[in-house]
Design a protein around this ligand. Structure first.
Ligand code: COI
Length: 360
């Protein structure tokens, strides 16, 4: 009967979804929880046998957890960000879901968690998108942001890994991440007091714990009118690492440089894709340390991430000096080109020679 009740709830939520989605004003979308998918997907795994349940859809709602849940006390939590989009081929597609599955598994290993098998991860996001199809905005109006979340949900008191894990996928319709619209250049401040991560630490992991320590600097910078902050490396305070929520690239002529993956920055799926795309378009892309002074002299800077897509940087402020990349407030031409190529590929307006696009 519990199962039947759950199915009834699900059917009701789906009906409500269809009604609400048709009335929704897609032009009002920012990046937030204004239009949350009504259905989420959930599976559990006991550490005793390490076996994941097959998972199921259910109405979006609170997770049942004890206050002693490992994740709430000791932070076993990793997440992913992905987008489903309505494509020019009149279907809904995902972008490189296998890459997100792999990254979640790597993060889980670092935090001694039991990751879902990649096939289960992909099945989970696919089912979530299919169940929330009405929440996928019309083409060009945004996307359905998916948030797969793996938490040590089981209770524990002494420090140790959780006795059980939950994988949940929820979603929301989203538009532009930064205020001002997708290609409005952002103003970045180089953070000189705090570091985001250190060699041997957790910086290369998409763990929940990496995203709260950045708030103190981000909120202060926002108060001063900046869009976000850029972190420098903890060892020398010289090289760019990343922005709170995205990776960073510097352009000089036909050469594009971006910080290398040495465990201190997030191995972004968009980062990886932009490197390949740029190379395929004749740019030289170097994954090398990028001194902040070099970035100040670059022709243009841009950031990448699932949420931010490709965001041109309008200015970079470092120790009181401000470099304005475009006086006219226009995005840099390389950022514009790569944004167009990436989104064109993701929305099937352009061919996908890489095999990155996966229909739902
Ligand atoms: C994403 O780009 O998907 C992220 O997870 C970053 C987050 C801070 C919104």
């Amino acid at each position: 009967t519990q199962r039947r009740q759950q199915q009834r709830l699900l059917a009701r939520a789906e009906q409500a979804t269809a009604e609400r989605a048709t009335e929704f004003d897609w032009d009002s979308l920012g990046f937030g929880l204004t239009h949350v998918g009504s259905t989420m997907w959930m599976a559990t795994c006991s550490a005793e046998d390490g076996q994941w349940s097959k998972g199921e859809l259910q109405p979006y709602g609170p997770l049942p957890m004890f206050p002693s849940a490992q994740a709430l006390n000791y932070g076993q939590a990793v997440f992913e960000g992905m987008k489903a989009q309505r494509s020019a081929k009149d279907r809904i597609v995902l972008f490189r879901p296998d890459a997100n599955a792999g990254r979640m598994a790597e993060g889980a290993a670092r935090l001694s968690m039991i990751p879902p098998p990649p096939e289960l991860f992909v099945e989970a996001v696919t089912q979530t998108v299919a169940a929330n199809a009405d929440f996928v905005p019309p083409q060009g109006k945004g996307s359905l942001y998916l948030r797969p979340l793996l938490v040590g949900s089981g209770p524990i008191l002494g420090l140790g890994p959780a006795p059980s894990y939950t994988l949940v996928v929820y979603c929301a319709s989203v538009g532009s991440y930064f205020k001002g619209g997708q290609l409005t250049p952002i103003d970045l401040l180089v953070e000189t007091r705090f570091h985001r991560s250190a060699p041997g630490g957790m910086g290369g992991t998409k763990c929940a714990g990496n995203y709260s320590p950045v708030l103190v600097t981000q909120l202060a910078a926002k108060k001063e009118g900046y869009s976000d902050v850029v972190y420098l490396d903890a060892k020398t305070d010289t090289y760019l690492e990343e922005v709170s929520s995205c990776n960073i690239f510097a352009v000089k002529g036909k050469t594009i440089r971006t910080p290398p993956l040495q465990g201190t920055i997030l191995p972004g799926v968009t980062r990886r894709s932009i490197i390949e795309l740029a190379r395929s378009r004749g740019y030289t892309v170097e994954e090398v340390p990028v001194p902040v002074e070099e970035a100040m002299q670059a022709d243009e800077l841009f950031t990448t991430g699932t949420a931010v897509v490709v965001s041109p940087v309008g200015s970079l402020t470092y120790k009181g000096g401000r470099r304005q990349y475009a006086e006219d407030g226009q995005p840099g031409s390389v950022a514009l080109e790569l944004y167009d190529q990436l989104t064109g590929l993701q929305q099937e307006r352009y061919p996908d020679p890489f095999g990155w696009v996966v229909p739902v």
